[in-house]
Ligand binder design. Structure first.
Ligand code: PAF
Length: 293
């Protein structure tokens, strides 16, 4: 497995591997701090492609000014080990200067890929203006750089997956987007790189997010199909644990529009902040999760 930093070297290596292996290129875009959720994407990608590229890049254009860009965990050595064991051919780990040009660093602006307003400015996009423009921009760049045939994304970030599929359709990228199931800890917490911020006490509180989703699903299975009742139940569960809930919504999985009477397979999504007392500071960690009803 090769670890490559520059776009030019990556293109060269993919060309070489393509002549050797004659198959499809699969891409797993990540921001590193890899966990078993990422591992499941890499393993699936390995099974379905001859050439496997994992990108590790904490993308500045998808972070808002008051978000955790600087403190986002960067663990390249451990990440590379995970990729190697999972059989990746290439880890692409560029620096921001390998990806964005001088103009960007001087003016804090670049050409952006901006999906429609109504798709990006709800749910996570409501509290993170510009986030999905940054995501779509870096993902388009990675698609253009790797010329991949397939790309793998986790369903924990379901809105991101939906938006990327829309972008691929709208911009005619000839790439298959594959959504992969959420991987959970044994106690139910959805795996996330941001879980590393949680103290044991905060982690316990964070469990109420997945518990609330499972409770809502149980109610739905018992015949409660009023979205508001499911939302109120989930909210009460989390607020009881002291969580600051940003949103709890039920959407149609095909349109991502709110639904009052969810059909089977509708998606319930939550974003909530858990406060973390580090002893020196009280911080809050934003977590997301979802479940198909
Ligand atoms: O989901 C992520 O880790 C990021 O948003 C992605 C898709 C790698 C783009 O930076």
């Amino acid at each position: 497995m090769k670890i490559i930093n520059s776009v030019e070297d990556l293109r060269k290596e993919i060309r070489t591997l393509k002549t050797q292996k004659q198959g499809t290129v699969g891409l797993v875009p990540t921001m590193g701090a890899l966990h078993n959720g990422h591992l499941s994407l890499i393993e699936k990608c390995r099974k379905e492609n001859e050439i496997v590229v994992v990108s590790i890049f904490v993308n500045p254009t998808q972070f808002g000014p008051n978000e955790d860009y600087d403190k986002y965990p960067r663990t390249l050595e451990a990440d590379a080990k995970i990729c190697k064991e999972a059989g990746a051919d290439i880890v692409f780990a560029p620096s921001p200067r390998d990806i964005y040009d001088e103009y960007y660093f001087k003016n804090k602006e670049t050409t952006l890929v901006c999906p429609p307003y109504d798709v990006v400015n709800k749910l996570c996009g409501k509290s993170r203006p510009g986030h999905f423009d940054g995501v779509c921009t870096i993902v388009s760049k990675l698609f253009n750089i790797t010329k991949c045939d397939k790309a793998y994304f986790g369903k924990k970030d379901y809105q991101q997956l939906f938006i990327i599929k829309k972008m691929v359709c709208d911009l005619n990228f000839d790439i298959e987007i594959i959504g992969c199931p959420i991987v959970r800890e044994t106690d139910g917490l959805a795996m996330s790189s941001r879980n590393t911020y949680l103290t044991p006490d905060a982690r316990k509180k964070a469990l109420s997010i997945s518990a609330a989703l499972h409770r809502a699903k149980e109610l739905y299975k018992k015949g409660v199909n009023e979205a508001q009742t499911l939302i109120d139940t989930a909210l009460a569960y989390m607020e009881n644990q002291g969580l600051n809930v940003e949103y709890t919504e039920v959407v149609d999985i095909d349109t991502f529009e709110k639904t009052d009477k969810p059909k089977t397979g509708a998606l319930m999504l939550i974003a909530a902040r858990v406060s973390v007392d580090t002893g020196e500071d009280i911080d809050s960690v934003r977590l997301i999760d979802n479940i198909e009803l």
